[in-house]
Design a protein around this ligand. Sequence first.
Ligand SMILES: Nc1ncnc2c1ncn2[C@@H]1O[C@H](COP(=O)(O)OP(=O)(O)OP(=O)(O)O)[C@@H](O)[C@H]1O
Length: 294
Amino acid sequence: MNNDIIRTSGLRKHFGKNEVLRGVDLAIPRGAVVGLLGSNGAGKSTLIKCLLGLLKISAGTATLMGEDPWNLSAHTKSRIGYVPQVVHLYPWMKVRQVIEYTGAFYANWDHAWCRELLDQWDLDGAAWIRNLSTGQLQRLGLILGMGHRPDLYLLDEPAASLDPSGRRSLLRSLLEITEDREHSILFSTHITSDLERIASHVAIMGNGVIDYFGELDELKDSVKRIRVHSPVDLPPDFSVPGALRTEINGDSAIVAVAAVNDEVIDGIRDRWDASVDVEDLNLEDIFLELHDAQ
Ligand SMILES: Nc1ncnc2c1ncn2[C@@H]1O[C@H](COP(=O)(O)OP(=O)(O)OP(=O)(O)O)[C@@H](O)[C@H]1O
């Protein structure tokens, strides 16, 4: 039996003529914390919904905890925690009431933990849902999606409406949850600094496919910016193997490279008699370089 909590192969989803997912291949190991990056409209929410069985895939295959998402067993459903991008709740209920109402659907609801999260996330249990701000609603949505202590968390932009202190509390809770390397998280986000703090893996989506999936550290080790200074002007066709983007300015060049290694650096030094400096990039820069290179 393989250890992947989520697996897709050639997963496609179209809405009428609009093909949003165009062959997604993904294998997420159990215990991974995966940050899903992609531009607006790239298909992140659609992928999460397909994995949950909220949308039926058009072609290809997918498994979640070894089951077909469209026919998940009740047991597997009870092990998933989903928090949608937009949280809709009953406006006539109070915060504590909606937590108790939701908890009643689960045999293993952790009431004590929910009280702790309410406290940590500064939510008033006596407040009316209709009076909550967008960020407070998102905090409550997270508690409702997590209260049954799921094994797999699918979080669609969980921090989008949170203020810095809310984001920090959420990240702390997610770090605690995943400490044991048994729980898995797939979360979409545009906030790369959050991703860098908690993710073990990164998936980058573009044009309905996964352009990159791998360990965060590996990605950061391989994509670099190099600065080349040559004694002579560099020609317009100056190129470096694996270059994502090249900016030439007389005798110097700045190049973003997908897979930097000693061979690449030595090759430039020998060919151009140039000095080469290698700079680390943060995840946001890496995402933009990979995105712009498409
Ligand atoms: N139910 C639907 N019917 C028709 N089109 C849809 C439906 N759901 C999503 N789409 C389309 O699929 C595309 C991808 O949307 P999706 O919400 O998955 O993107 P996303 O990567 O999550 O974007 P964002 O970062 O803006 O949240 C969009 O063009 C959207 O209009």
